[in-house]
Write a protein that binds this ligand. Structure first.
Ligand code: GCB
Length: 620
């Protein structure tokens, strides 16, 4: 959909005011200070890598909740929900809330699909639960939150631990000083209100599911522990594992080792003053990770008293001219876009069954690639992609017209990129970091996203940077020449010939002019169909129309010599408040190849045939 329909008014005055504040640092008090839901001195969040591989105290399950549209509980005094509830028996103080008497809701899970009355709720929402805990000596404790949409604040035993903004990335708040032996309480305030200066901004073509949408757990680690590492195969020889291990709180000279027992590989080193040790481990003869051989190695990292294990694949990804090379070999990426929308029940994907269903369809389609639109998905998706051999395009929700003029919005996008990369840099499946989708071509946007691309290259020089660009021109000639292309390694482009413009047949004669000698991926094309609605191929919303559109698209795209892959829009129908056509859409974007109830449409089989016969896109 063209972004023009959704361009927001510019907030130049506010931007000027806010740019006075330092907001470049991730997760800092300065960043959180901008949020009305955050106190100015809120402690910072961090991201611990591979938390899903550590033993944790899982806090999923039933949490008490209080709906708080007026944000009353943030008010202080008797209405300060996190601190005030537990009064001594016999106290006569007036308190107007009680978590214990409030209903419960499941975590992980968006609140919208758990109660009919909450379906359209956007706003403040309090979660509370108790847990038993036994802090270990010489250990630190972190509360890990897989995702909280969109802004959140976290208290343990009434003590504010951290605040976070961004609905799709994981974060950790240190709870060492707040936890105690025995009974503890955790309170989390989540505010799903959409904000103009958010990432994303006010309008999106997806449902704003609110809440603690991913796992919550408590992680205990030694006082100094591995909080970050990067291990990857070197591009030049593909026979050395390079990277680093970072040990938080380490004295210089802390002993670190990395082992791959199955490959009999071992390396040791000591940390520098920053707690970092560079790794270079000769690794001849590894089975390289690829869609055909998604080999994962058990990796054991040790640093002082801490041991962290992971399951990792090793491969290289790079471009050469217009080619994409996986392990040095040209590859064509047969993919599909996916929202984190749960099959059969809607709501957010938050369990292994949802992931298995979605990725089962990708495999059935003959896919070796997927675009996780338009934000980082649950870690289960990228773990499963690693195991199944599905390459991944991972994206942050810099979607349509975010407020590109604002430095604080840039800082938010950068924070999300940082959190996304930190969580998923151990996944061989992830090959592309996407910095944006369908953004307006103007100088502020180009400057913002060029900086994003530079930032991603710095944070992760081992992967490729992309974005889904808009194209210009008419049905006769289309141009891919957005100036942002200069900053990208791989050019993604979205086009909707046959749906938002022209007929499916118009694609037969469209010519493509491409300004870049870089690999191209069609990051979106498609059209809507209501599953089970049949008719003529020129009748919109029928399965026949959608199938015909796919056939013409495949014919057109195949004529682009540098087309290295595609991710049509989209695997499954998904809820969207901007899709209201009664009897057809009923609140769903119907461009899925599969309905929200799991029914495959005719176009699924058109694409499947192209993929299984390797008939779409060119490896070289
Ligand atoms: C787009 C957007 C995607 C929409 C899709 C549509 O270009 O990137 O988020 O859902 O079009 O269906 O219009």
């Amino acid at each position: 959909m063209p972004y023009e329909r959704f361009v927001l008014p510019k907030a130049a005055v506010r931007a000027a005011l806010l740019s006075l504040v330092c907001l470049i640092c991730f997760g800092t008090a300065a960043l959180h200070a901008q949020s009305p839901a955050a106190a100015p001195s809120t402690p910072a969040t961090t991201v611990l890598v591979a938390v899903d591989q550590r033993p944790v105290l899982n806090l999923d399950g039933d949490w008490h909740y209080i709906l708080d549209p007026y944000q009353n509980g943030l008010g202080g005094g008797r209405n300060s929900y996190p601190s005030d509830e537990e009064l001594p028996a016999g106290s006569n103080k007036l308190v107007e809330y009680s978590f214990a008497k409030s209903p419960t809701i499941k975590v992980p899970g968006d609140w919208n699909t758990q109660r009919v009355s909450l379906m359209n709720y956007e706003g403040g929402f309090w979660y509370e639960r108790h847990f038993q805990y036994q802090p270990q000596a010489e250990h630190r404790t972190f509360l890990h939150i897989g995702a909280a949409n969109y802004r959140s604040r976290v208290w343990v035993n009434g003590q504010l631990l951290c605040a976070h903004e961004g609905g799709f990335t994981a974060f950790d708040c240190e709870a060492t000083k707040a936890v105690k032996a025995g009974a503890n309480s955790v309170v989390i305030f989540v505010d799903s209100t959409r904000i103009a200066d958010g990432v994303p901004t006010l309008k999106t073509d997806w449902y704003n599911y609110g809440g603690l949408t991913r796992d919550v757990s408590l992680v205990s680690v030694p006082t100094s522990f591995i909080d970050d590492f990067d291990l990857h195969l070197d591009r030049a020889t593909r026979s050395v594992i390079e990277g680093y291990v970072h040990v938080e709180g380490a004295q210089a000279g802390t002993q670190v080792s990395v082992d791959l027992p199955a490959a009999k590989l071992h390396v040791e080193g000591v940390t520098d003053a920053e707690g970092r040790v560079a790794i270079s481990l000769p690794a001849v003869g590894l089975t390289l990770w690829s869609p055909e051989t998604p080999k994962l190695y058990h990796v054991v990292l040790k640093a002082g008293a801490d041991t962290l294990t992971d399951e990792m694949g090793f491969r290289t990804i790079e471009t050469s001219g217009t080619k994409i090379l996986l392990n040095g070999n040209p590859i064509v990426l047969h993919g599909i876009c996916i929202h984190a929308e749960a099959p059969f029940r809607t709501g957010r994907v938050d369990n292994d069954r949802d992931v298995a269903t979605l990725l089962g369809w990708v495999k059935e389609l003959g896919g070796n690639f997927m675009r996780l639109a338009h934000y980082p998905h649950d870690q289960r998706m990228t773990r499963a992609a690693d195991r199944l051999g599905i390459l991944v395009w991972s994206e942050v929700p810099v979607y349509w017209a975010v407020e590109f003029e604002r430095e604080d919005v840039f800082a938010k996008s950068q924070q999300q990129l940082h959190e996304e990369i930190r969580r998923d840099r151990d996944k061989a499946s992830v090959v592309l970091w996407s910095i944006a989708n369908e953004t307006p071509n103007n100088p502020a946007r180009t400057a913002f996203l060029t900086r994003s691309a530079e930032f991603v290259h710095q944070e992760d020089p081992t992967r490729l940077v992309t974005a889904a660009l808009l194209v210009r021109g008419d049905l006769k000639t289309k141009y891919i020449d957005d100036p942002l292309g200069k900053a990208l390694d791989v050019i993604g482009f979205n086009e909707y010939i046959g749906w938002y413009e022209g007929t499916p047949e118009a694609a037969d004669t469209t010519e493509w002019k491409i300004a870049y000698d870089k690999p191209l991926i069609t990051s979106e094309f498609g059209g809507g169909a209501k599953a089970g609605l049949h008719g003529a191929a020129d009748q919109r919303w029928t399965e026949e129309y959608q199938a015909s559109l796919y056939r013409h698209q495949i014919g057109m795209l195949n004529k682009i010599p540098q087309l290295r892959g595609e991710t049509p829009w989209i695997l499954m129908d998904f809820r969207s408040p901007v899709r209201e056509l009664p009897g057809i859409q009923d609140g769903f974007n119907r461009k899925g190849l599969v309905s929200d109830q799991g029914k495959k449409k005719a176009a699924f089989f058109v694409l499947q045939k192209a993929y299984k016969e390797n008939g779409l896109g060119h490896a070289e």
